[in-house]
Design a protein around this ligand. Sequence first.
Ligand SMILES: C[S@@+](CC[C@H](N)C(=O)[O-])C[C@H]1O[C@@H](n2cnc3c(N)ncnc32)[C@H](O)[C@@H]1O
Length: 369
Amino acid sequence: MNAPIKISVMICFFANTEYQKIKMKNNKLKEVEKRYRELGVEGDDVFTLIASEYIQFHKLDLSERLIGIIKKANEIKCNGSSQKIGSIAKRVVRYDKLGKELPILYQFFHSKRFRDNTGKFFTPRNVARSMADMLPLKNDAVIFDPTCGGGTFLLEASKKWKNSVCHLLANDIDNYLVTLTEIVLKIQIPKKHRLSLFNENIYSPEETIRLFQNKVDYILANPPFSLTVDNFSPESKLLRRGYRNSDALFIDLAKDLLKEGGKLVCLLPHSIISNKEYAELRKVVEEDWHINGVMVLPEGVFQETANTTTRADILILKKKGEGIFNSETVFCNISSVGQPLNSRDSLFEEDDLSRILKQDEVRKVLETN
Ligand SMILES: C[S@@+](CC[C@H](N)C(=O)[O-])C[C@H]1O[C@@H](n2cnc3c(N)ncnc32)[C@H](O)[C@@H]1O
């Protein structure tokens, strides 16, 4: 009779400590905000000061983008002494030396302009880690995130490739996010991982990104959901069939960039899998790709990072080509991803997604053995 009670008490205790951690993180952010506000510094400027401190603390290789951040930070005016503003940033860096929380800081201090119309939902780290785990490890892989946000996918890919060589390509339409990705990756990736950064509109890319046509091994991404695209430049079968939205066109864009046999692992709105209006799209996808997997995610995956209940699924597609075969497809309904799906979720420690990826049959289909 006593055993079940003990178990439930243990679960509650565990969940509470995790909630406390999240609460502590938020309190820390509010504390930093308050201290800066007392000195007359707010929003974007706070992030610039902290980013500049990270660049200098880690003595990162200085690109024009990073020099720009240091310069901007030096120009920020405050009510108190510049020594005081410097000391707050130093404390933030001391608390999180590797800048693991930098994307969260960015979101917190840029919140006003964060929700413009470019679909900026950051992917929770657990989900990004599992998606990187869906890629077969191969030496010298070219791995691209065309809408990189805070660089989470590429960081997780770099961790997976830790003993192998790879070339990481990062692009975002928002230059500030490219800078964030540059800082996050330059702090944490090993020297043998090459990094190239771009700031282009992926739906009508310039010459630099076009150079990678048919050269990319893997695309890992969470593109902006359901935006109407006016000028799409790569040749697109889906556009010809009447699909003008960012989700559909992203699939054709990935096909343009990947080598034959290359893989796209990406989050797309659930409607792509479920709605009648996408029946034709699904037919075209089957013509051009081997479908390695469809993982239907639970509602609330973006609750923590973006406070939205937008539903998304993971698609794992392999570009067709000569001598490229597919065996089976993994279809699964995922019930948990290792983080709260809503404010009452007390079982969020469970991570169905990463557990499924450990199964031998799944690894065989995804070629991650
Ligand atoms: C849903 S967020 C995902 C960010 C990041 N990959 C992640 O998963 O955390 C989408 C990202 O796409 C970027 N984006 C939106 N439109 C774009 C475009 N036309 N070209 C390139 N990036 C774009 C946004 O700035 C945003 O960072």
